[in-house]
Write a protein that binds this ligand. Structure first.
Ligand code: 1GP
Length: 239
């Protein structure tokens, strides 16, 4: 997976277990695979139990062969039927639990289940006039869209600590995605593969993120809202 990320032009589909039944999650995943998505991420800020995650992944695996990557909000989301986990540090959070607290609770579980960890520097960018869910929960050292130097500090820190990927996140359903310029500057200053997500709703926006240097575009809410747009986005990434 890391090798694929290094090559770039990938699309990951994010399914939130609380938004549909496991059967519906399976249908969505099947459609994502048909359209050319590269992996299914499973996560969301309100998922509470391992059971909920497990059943959703079970539904997905009945209908799709795509790798499943857990995108956890806490250690209690780690389910044994996942292939990978974004083992994340929310690097611009001021709260201990987003750096080490949940990670220490989850480490042995990841090992026991044999889930492959992807060390992820998760950087939340504040792009919207109203805070997104992740901004409300994460007690951030705020990075606004003009805080380029601060972003470079966090990106270089992430590279030097040794993270496998940097995930630039605007938050689900953000009014606007992470600006192209911010993706470009992280690409220029570091050599770590970049994931970008939050508020990417059409092919043009996705294409611009790839051109700016992102390896992976993540779309979530769109999967339930408008699957045809999903096809447009994946086609734009792969062209
Ligand atoms: C959120 O980056 C993801 O964590 C996806 O965001 O739901 O806006 O596509 P959307």
């Amino acid at each position: 997976m890391l090798e694929k990320m290094g090559k770039g032009r990938l699309h990951f589909s994010l399914i939130d277990p609380v938004n549909q039944t496991p059967e519906e999650a399976g249908e969505i995943a099947e459609r994502c695979e048909q359209y050319g998505s590269d992996a299914i991420m499973v996560g969301g800020s309100t998922v509470k139990s391992r059971e909920e995650t497990y059943r959703t992944i079970e539904g997905i695996k009945k209908r799709s062969k795509l790798p499943v990557i857990i995108f956890p909000n806490s250690a209690s989301m780690i389910a044994e039927n996942a292939d990978y986990i974004l083992f994340m540090d929310l690097v611009n959070s001021l709260d201990y639990k987003y750096h080490k607290g949940e990670q220490l609770k989850g480490a042995k579980i990841v090992k026991k289940y044999g889930i492959k960890p992807i060390a992820t520097a998760y950087i939340v960018i504040s792009t919207s006039s109203k805070p997104t869910t992740v901004e409300r929960k994460a007690n951030l050292d705020r990075i606004g869209i003009d805080d380029i130097e601060k972003l470079i500090d966090y990106a270089l820190y992430s590279e030097y600590i040794g993270f496998d990927v940097i995930y630039l996140e605007a938050g689900s359903n953000a009014e606007r995605p992470v600006p192209d310029e911010m993706v470009r500057v992280v690409r220029k200053e570091t050599s770590v593969p970049i994931m970008v997500g939050g508020g990417i709703k059409d092919g043009e926006a996705a294409r611009r993120k790839i051109e700016a240097g992102a390896s992976v575009v993540v779309t979530g809410s769109l999967l339930e809202e408008n699957v045809e747009k999903l096809k447009e986005i994946i086609d734009a990434i792969k062209e």
